[in-house]
Design a protein around this ligand. Sequence first.
Ligand code: NCD
Ligand code: ZN
Length: 346
Amino acid sequence: MTDRLTIRRPDDWHLHLRDGEMLKAVLPETTRHFARAIIMPNLVPPVVTAADAADYRDRIMWAKPKNSDFKPLMTLYLTEDTEVRDVRAAAEIGLIHALKLYPAGATTNSQSGVRDFKKVTRVLETMAQIGLPLCVHGEVTNPEVDIFDREAAFIERVLDPIRREIPELRVVMEHITTKDGVDYVAGGGDTIAGTITVHHLVINRNHILAGGIRPHYYCLPVAKREEHRIALRAAATSGDPTFFLGTDSAPHTDAAKLQPCGCAGCFTAPNGLSILAQVFEEDGALDRLEGFVSEYGPRFYRLPLNDGTVTLEKGPPVEYPAQIETGDGPVTVFDPGMPLYWRVVD
Ligand code: NCD
Ligand code: ZN
């Protein structure tokens, strides 16, 4: 039986770090295990220009633990006013690694998102030309579409038409939550990849709603039926390089989560790797964990693999805090609902 596992140091291809006090408190939870992360730009106001991204990167570098060589991979929030020149220049100097498409109103802080996709065609064409990936939050926001159907509707109404119009555009369909997402990405050739979160491998919609409402499991895209969770697990553990880790670790204070209209987001940075090791072991795929967390992401983003390693060891249940303290208030850590046995030791 394997009880020790050394893998190449992982990266997180979708992460919310926030700003100010929250940034300071949550960043060490990621830098402890991950070498790099794609940093989501949905601050208020959002990170829309190269200058915004450079400033935000500086604040992250300043907030990070002094002994850490963590590298934030910056992104811009795509708006109808995004300028081709700005994107091109920021990509050329290696400042940004993707643009993020939020359909307007899809999720936390997405008011500035795109309403009319025709208005961003020139930017998308430029991205296709220079190979800069488009990260998409794959949900439509039309009020008449049921929240559980929004991912499938996005593929059909938005994503597929964009990809047909601009076939060279490289797309990461982020935090996929459905079998439809898995199938679309798997059958989409080498211009598309899909990221999968930690929590969507563990919870289905019953965890949020059955036997009482559990706001800490509410995230967007919302967890779906069990059959979808099973499809996500199969994709993650398959060894198919089209699927890789993007935790979507999205901290909100308990005060913001626990209210009549609570925020969406699961905070998985502290225990994400322990959970993943367990998930992969349960599915008999521990040997495929490294590909999912450390290899397929850089391959799609055309970045070098990390040099360092992390070692996980299996032993008595891992202890991790139920909450972390931040200057803005406590943030609850995602509860996988099972004891975890794999700990990161090195
Ligand atoms: C994210 C957040 O809080 O910024 N929330 C979430 O549930 N994932 C936004 C997002 O990525 O949708
Ligand atoms: Zn996110």
